[in-house]
Design a protein around this ligand. Structure first.
Ligand SMILES: Nc1ncnc2c1ncn2[C@@H]1O[C@H](COP(=O)(O)OP(=O)(O)OP(=O)(O)O)[C@@H](O)[C@H]1O
Ligand SMILES: [Mg+2]
Length: 225
């Protein structure tokens, strides 16, 4: 379902050139729950962002379904992202002035869905992530774990084909991290979305069905369990 072929990416910062990816190829099937691991600087975020159409590569290809997403125009890329991908970040990235409900509903608003429908889907997903009764709270009145639940609800409410998460447990204590992972696993199964995580967290690696280790911009190992 996702086919990454021979990706190369070099960042230039002044005189300095950093080879972030050197020929990464990877196939990911529908519904997989996959962790990208590896030392800091090994290219995890870079790879995640290229798959997520947030960043481009210098060469190579990313196909999602039948579509090559790398050569889409900016506008088409943004639409593709909106309709097919969900993102969860380390620092939640919620909009502070919006309530939990509004943060989640926001992504459906962008898709031009009717208001009744938005309300129903938003309430259902907030319940599914365990936030029933907290719909009207702003992020500042929620714990880190609850904020991450809102962020997950926001990402999954669109039923995206692919959910990408960069260090989703990094700001959480280990108990909360585990709850969040159990939630993600349930959602992975109930929504049949493909989940791809970049992570340093051994617990995330344990949870994943497949572990891809990067080193210096290349895949070092790829194991399923
Ligand atoms: N915007 C940028 N400009 C210059 N260099 C960058 C940029 N983004 C990443 N890099 C470099 O590319 C390499 C890969 O970075 P990347 O963020 O993908 O690593 P990572 O595996 O996600 O690391 P971490 O575990 O610390 O998040 C690193 O050497 C990094 O310094
Ligand atoms: Mg990173």
């Amino acid at each position: 379902m996702i086919k990454v072929t021979n990706l190369h990416k070099t960042y230039t910062a002044g005189e300095l050139e950093v080879k972030a990816l050197r020929g990464v190829s990877l196939e990911i099937g529908r519904g997989e729950f996959i962790a990208l691991a590896g030392p800091s600087g090994s290219g995890k975020t870079t790879l995640l962002n290229i798959i997520g159409c947030i960043d481009g590569a210098d060469s190579g290809d990313v196909k999602i379904g039948e579509k090559s997403v790398m050569n889409l125009k900016k506008n088409d890329q943004a639409m593709f992202r909106r309709d097919n991908l969900g993102f969860v970040f380390q620092s939640y990235n919620l909009i502070p002035v919006l309530t939990a409900f509004e943060n989640v509903a926001f992504s459906l608003n962008l898709m031009g869905i009717g208001e009744g429908d938005i309300r129903e889907r938003t309430m259902a997903i907030l319940k599914e992530v365990g936030l029933e009764g907290m719909e009207n709270r702003r992020p500042g009145r929620l714990s880190g774990g609850q904020q991450q639940r809102v962020a997950i609800a926001r990402a999954i409410v669109k039923n995206p084909e692919i959910l990408l998460a960069d260090e989703p447990t990094a700001n959480l204590d280990s108990n909360t991290g585990r709850e969040i992972l159990e939630l993600m696993k349930r959602l992975n199964q109930s929504h049949q979305s493909t989940f791809i995580f970049a992570t340093h967290d051994p617990m995330v690696m344990d949870f994943a069905d497949r572990l891809v280790r990067l080193h210096d911009g290349a895949i070092e190992s790829d194991t399923r369990r």
